[in-house]
Design a binder for this molecule. Structure first.
Ligand code: K7E
Ligand code: CUA
Ligand code: CA
Length: 636
């Protein structure tokens, strides 16, 4: 492609995306020079290399755990086909599975909410109906995925949740006190997870109980460490500025969080005032010693250490300018801090951090390279061969660059660390390599999660999908091989080799997920796997029924108007993929019952009449006939 064509391409890209917000961002970054490096023209992207095609009946090599952003869910996608395989509801209310309606899910969603939230939700809805899930990460043992859990954040309602990988259902949701807007979330990688690290992005008064409303100087941001096994908060550290993204090292010693608001501002202008913000480095041992030594203050039931200013627990390392993503390389040595409004990525050498905390070296002495890569670096991924892949949001490109050469250039040698720039469509946020967030990075695939799809698909109206692009990185050159649209909004993804994850085919009858229903049935003298019967307990009615394709154990049951009815359905089929459902007409009640699972929902039967219930998960040739009547007798 000629220089002129290249320029035209750049211009058209920017014109189309010239919204106010982007224009502002471009304006801010406009003072920086765009660095060199060849742009790969689309027509030069050859067809050889790995195939993304997975033939009918064949399986993908990787699971991708994709965040659903403000949809509040996690999605499982197969790679390289990029077929969506499943959705796991977490922070959302979900119709097909009854997540947020079944007694089992309501318990998980509400038992660890803050007291003020429980008060706030009274009379509104049993659960929050929204969430904003950015960062799904699988638990580690010894620096790689162990297939136990997936941890996720909710920026919208300040929560952290855990998904059990054996059943692929959310099993714990906690709300974090003192912090607000949990954004960055990462896990301890060594010796195992360990801690879940959660960044409170917003600074607020602590405690946030009506004090210091407009005295911004008293606001603070909170870093939280959660015990991955118990999902209880281990400790918090109050810090200067704010906390955006986070990552941890491979030694189990340090965590790193970016701050774009060192100014402590409350408006956009204020947050962009300074040339330099920082990355906050947390010293886990010093923090544990501080907490054990009684240095923490208990606030809302949590031990909070004071990490403001000079202190033993954290160091503030100056980084230009509103940095965003932070990514630890699989070599365990380097941590990349992505500049966002600065065209640079700052490379931290982890081996220097002990000296930093011992005050033997200065903060900036741990930076060993700072390559200028292009406009709007947000996140960096790795191939395990010493090369990095950084998304350039404003340039709509992925830039491949070499760590060793970046360090040489930083030391004054005349080398260009940039290997290639590849156009992506358009405006990438996170990107991810296969197994690239573990020490087993295999350098085969790169996924670019682009915020805008614009002209890549048929027009579906003003609201457009986003665009995820699959790039072959197995050779010397990056090759774009596949586009797929996504709905709001994959921020982040974790690419897990299929060998790391083996969920169950059918539920185990002793699963704690429905232990409450099992205990209640025992009290009621009901055998869940055999009995279908109605137990009356004052105005509370428990309706137990089995389900075996294509019939419920009860084809009718009778209650009185005003009764509080709990329907408990047990799926007695023990066949792989044989899920039943329970859906009650006009009552807004519907839920999934997986093979060998029990599920339940509670509602008030306040409409007299005949109400059909039916199985809404297709299970049998006579699935349409799998139904019954709830008969509600009017109040006399
Ligand atoms: Cu960059 Cu929330 Cu990880 Cu979005 S964050 S892109
Ligand atoms: Cu049972 Cu459909
Ligand atoms: Ca700033």
């Amino acid at each position: 492609m000629s220089k002129t064509e290249d320029t035209k391409l750049q211009v058209s890209r920017r014109t189309v995306l010239g919204s106010t917000a982007l224009a502002t961002a471009v304006g801010v970054a406009g003072g920086f020079a765009v660095s060199g490096g060849g742009v790969t023209p689309a027509k030069a992207q050859a067809k050889e290399g790995q195939s993304w095609v997975v033939e009918p009946g064949e399986l993908d090599e990787y699971f991708v755990l994709v965040s659903g952003g403000h949809s509040g869910e996690v999605r499982i996608v197969g790679l390289p086909s990029m077929r969506e395989l499943m959705r796991i509801p977490v922070f959302n209310r979900e119709s097909a599975t009854g997540w947020g309606q079944t007694n089992e899910s309501i318990k998980i969603l509400t038992e660890n909410l803050l007291p003020e939230t429980k008060e706030y939700l009274k009379g509104k809805s049993p659960v929050y109906l929204n969430g904003d899930l950015h960062h799904p990460h699988m638990s580690f043992t010894d620096g790689t995925y162990d297939g136990r859990y997936i941890f996720v954040n909710d920026k919208a309602n300040t929560r952290v949740a855990r998904i059990r990988c054996d059943i692929m259902k959310t099993d714990k949701v906690i709300q974090i006190p003192n912090a607000q807007g949990i954004h960055g979330l990462r896990l301890q990688k060594y010796p195992k997870t360990g801690y879940v690290f959660a960044n409170g992005e917003e600074h607020v008064p602590v405690p946030n109980d009506g004090r210091d409303l407009t005295d911004v100087s008293k606001y603070t941001s909170i870093f939280t460490a959660i015990d991955a096994d118990t999902m209880k908060i281990s400790w918090q550290v109050a810090v200067d500025g704010n906390l955006d993204n986070v990552d941890a090292d491979y030694q189990g010693k340090y965590a790193f969080a970016t701050c774009y608001n060192s100014e402590g501002g409350v408006t956009l202008d204020e947050m962009m005032k300074k040339e330099m913000d920082w990355v906050v480095i947390f010293n886990l041992k010093a923090i544990e010693e501080g907490v054990a030594g009684g240095k923490a203050k208990e606030i809302n039931g949590v031990q909070v250490l004071d990490g403001h200013g000079k202190n033993p627990y954290v160091r503030y390392v100056p980084i230009a300018n509103n940095p965003h993503g932070v990514n630890t390389a699989p070599d365990g040595r380097y941590v990349m801090v992505n500049g966002k409004l600065s065209p640079t990525v700052s490379v931290i050498d982890v081996t220097k951090i002990d000296d930093l905390f011992a005050d033997k070296i200065g903060e900036r002495d741990i930076i060993v390279a700072e390559p200028e890569l292009g406009l709007g670096p947000l996140h960096t991924a790795f191939d395990g061969r010493g090369d990095c892949y950084t998304t350039l949001f404003l340039d709509s490109q992925v830039v491949k660059w070499n760590i060793a050469d970046a360090i040489k250039a930083f030391n004054g040698e005349k080398v260009d660390p940039i290997r290639q720039k590849l156009d992506v469509h358009y405006q990438p946020g996170h990107n991810h390599t296969s197994m690239g967030q573990t020490k087993e990075a295999d350098g085969k695939w790169l996924l670019s999660l682009n915020k805008f799809s614009k002209d890549r698909y048929l027009n579906v109206g003003p609201l457009k999908p986003e665009n995820d692009q699959l790039i072959d990185i197995s050779g010397d050159e990056m090759k774009l091989v596949h586009d797929n649209p996504t709905f709001a909004e994959p921020h982040d993804a974790t690419i897990v080799h299929h060998s790391k994850l083996q969920p169950l085919q059918i539920w185990k009858r002793d699963d704690p997920f429905f232990a409450d229903a099992v205990a209640q049935a025992e009290k009621d003298g009901v055998k869940l796997e055999e009995d279908s019967k109605v137990i009356r307990d004052g105005n509370k009615v428990r309706v137990y029924m089995t389900s075996v394709a294509p019939a419920f154990g009860l084809t009718e049951f009778t209650v009185k108007q005003g009764d509080e009815v709990t329907v408990i359905v047990t799926n007695c089929d023990d066949v792989e993929d044989l899920t039943h459902g329970f859906c009650l007409c006009n009552h807004g009640v519907s839920f999934e019952v997986g093979p060998q699972a029990t599920a339940s929902a509670t509602f008030t039967a306040d409409m007299p009449g005949v109400w059909w219930y039916y199985c809404h998960w297709f299970c049998h040739a006579l699935h349409m006939e799998m139904k019954g009547r709830m008969i509600v007798e009017p109040k006399s």
